[in-house]
Design a protein around this ligand. Structure first.
Ligand code: CP
Ligand code: NVA
Length: 307
């Protein structure tokens, strides 16, 4: 990949997304069998200011499997937690490590960091975008359907959060037909998405049944993302009609597959019956975080990494 950083999916050309997915599928098939070690002798710092299970563990395992060393750094333990700026932190980290993976409370924070980074910066989730999750999602869809263009994805629930925003960018870059089923006030910031990934139609509807009709995949995420806890009550009230439950899935048809980035709030945005049911491909999706991120690390370090 040509871009130095992966801050949103729009840092990638459509052909680069295809290349990363192919590499991820290849790495998955060959896991453990004489893998290349492109990160040999390299240290990747992981600065996290929010909780994480999948992203943290899959990055650390992936970095190890690629021959590198990962260093997990909780934001609160660094001087960042006492007010040192992202830019000063970046200027120091540039001198020590070979890449940095950041989970940041604000997207502006990672942008500020990246402006001062001479090493690759990978977005491990901000309040606005989660590109690593999307790459794993796209890999999972490619594995199921053998293609991305023309595939119909219905995103239900909080259509304004980091996952929905990331889906909007992904749809524009891949030709996936995206419908967002959400109430007024919970749609993505399409003006911002358009500045990243150009125009292209994304269907918005406040009717959850209309949203899933004919969908190949139904995707959902928590109604209360990290950092939005104060709005819990209002969000639950407004988003309850968009729950992915048995009736909604039945409306989409037998072939539909269910996706969720996890962690899930069982009984809220998705029922346990659907999450554990035969149409869910959620655990494959979680596994693919590992393979997709190994592909990103391999590419970003080979083109932009310091020696
Ligand atoms: N999907 C995801 O990013 O999960 P974590 O918050 O557990 O990393
Ligand atoms: N939208 C969720 C995604 C978690 C992976 C959040 O930001 O909390």
């Amino acid at each position: 990949m040509q871009a130095k950083h992966l801050l949103t999916l729009a840092d990638l050309e459509p052909a680069e997304i295809d290349g990363l997915i192919s590499l991820a599928i290849e790495l998955k098939a060959n896991r453990g069998a004489a893998e290349a070690k492109p990160l040999s002798g390299k240290t990747v710092a992981m600065i996290f200011s929010k909780s994480s299970t999948r992203t943290r563990v899959s990055f650390q395992v992936g970095i190890y499997e690629l021959g590198g060393h990962s260093m997990f750094l909780d934001h609160g333990d660094l001087q960042l937690g006492r007010g040192e700026t992202m830019s000063d932190t970046a200027k120091v980290m540039n001198r020590y490590v070979h890449a940095v993976v950041i989970r940041s409370k604000s997207h502006e924070g990672i942008l500020e960091y990246a402006r001062h980074a001479t090493i690759p910066v990978i977005n491990a989730l901000t309040d606005r975008y989660h590109p690593c999750q999307l790459l794993a999602d796209l890999q999972t869809i490619q594995e199921c359907k053998g293609r991305l263009a023309g595939v119909r994805v219905a995103y239900l629930g909080d259509g304004a959060n980091n996952m929905a925003q990331s889906w909007a960018v992904a749809a524009k870059l891949t030709g996936i037909q995206l419908t967002i089923g959400a109430p007024t006030g919970f749609y993505p910031d399409l003006d911002h998405v358009n500045t990243l990934a150009g125009s292209g139609s994304i269907r918005l509807t406040d009717d959850p049944f209309d949203a899933v009709a004919g969908a190949d995949f139904i995707y959902t995420d928590v109604w209360v993302s990290m950092g939005f806890e104060a709005e819990s009550e209002e969000r639950i009230k407004k988003l309850t009609p968009y729950q992915v439950n048995e009736a909604l899935v039945a409306h989409a048809g037998d072939a539909v597959r269910i996706m969720h980035c996890l962690p899930a709030k069982r009984g809220m945005e998705i029922t346990s019956g659907v999450l554990d049911g035969p149409r869910a491909i959620i655990w494959d999706e979680a596994e693919n975080r590992l393979h997709a991120q190994k592909a990103v690390l391999t590419q970003i370090m080979s083109n932009n990494g310091k020696k």
